[in-house]
Design a protein around this ligand. Structure first.
Ligand code: ZN
Length: 241
């Protein structure tokens, strides 16, 4: 069975379409939140995600803000401007979908969250120290997270040290260790690689495949500007940051 794992779409429809096409046939889709925020097409992205097979999806911080589960004033600058605009644009069915999302999902022995096991919506796992604190409370062997927009895997090794790696293709973990895996961001990568990022999990041989795919960045940049959203949100997509 092939599972598409994706996160942080951020209303970037051309990037999401490119990922879905590049992934090909999948049996399941696990989305780690932030369907909205920053980009010009929140409705279209939510609708396309809902068409994907075997969908499981968790709530991201931007999703939470746009449906007022958390205060939009928690955000600042461009993020806040985009959320206020999206809140006006979002259709009722799509709002209801975001309202229905849980902060945590478990599928077999895999935990799905947007942020981290101890703070599912907000915490960024950006270094080994934060990863270690989360491994302490992680009950499952594998946790999937988004939020940082940086693809990679933290592993709690047998000797209790923490390893971080960024595989460029296939990766298969030691099943006696715990792992926190981030597939990177579809719609706003921040690792200086502007291509959309995602992972395919093949449960037959328990392998995880990291992918990057190019998409038409200028198309979404035009839509950002046409929508009256801040220019910097368009510009950063070319930088992959
Ligand atoms: Zn995000």
């Amino acid at each position: 069975m092939r599972t598409l794992i994706l996160s942080d779409i951020h209303a970037n429809l051309p990037a999401l379409e490119a990922v879905i096409t590049d992934a090909g046939h999948v049996d399941r889709t696990w989305c780690l939140g932030d369907l909205v925020g920053y980009g010009p097409e929140p409705n279209e992205c939510i609708e396309l995600i809902n068409q994907q097979p075997g969908l499981s999806c968790v709530l991201g911080n931007h999703d939470s803000a746009v449906v007022e589960k958390i205060n939009i004033n928690t955000f600042n600058g461009d993020a806040k401007v985009a959320l206020i605009w999206q809140k006006k644009m979002l259709g009722n069915t799509n709002k209801k979908f975001l309202m229905s999302l849980n902060e945590v999902e478990f599928i077999n022995n895999v935990m799905l969250v947007h942020g981290s096991p101890r703070n599912p919506v907000w915490e960024y796992i950006l270094n080994s120290e934060i990863a270690r604190k989360n491994f302490k409370i992680l009950q499952s062997e594998m946790c999937l997270t988004g939020h940082s927009h940086i693809p990679g895997i933290f592993t709690l090794q047998i000797d209790q040290s923490i390893e971080f790696q960024q595989p460029r293709s296939r990766w298969s973990g030691d099943i006696s260790c715990k792992h926190i895996l981030n597939p990177g961001s579809v719609g706003q990568p921040r690792d200086r690689d502007s291509r959309a990022s995602y992972v395919i999990f093949d449960d037959e041989d328990q392998s995880w495949h990291f992918h990057r795919v190019e998409y038409d960045i200028s198309k979404v940049q035009h839509r950002i500007i046409e929508s009256g959203l801040p220019f910097s949100l368009a510009h950063r997509l070319s930088l992959g940051f």
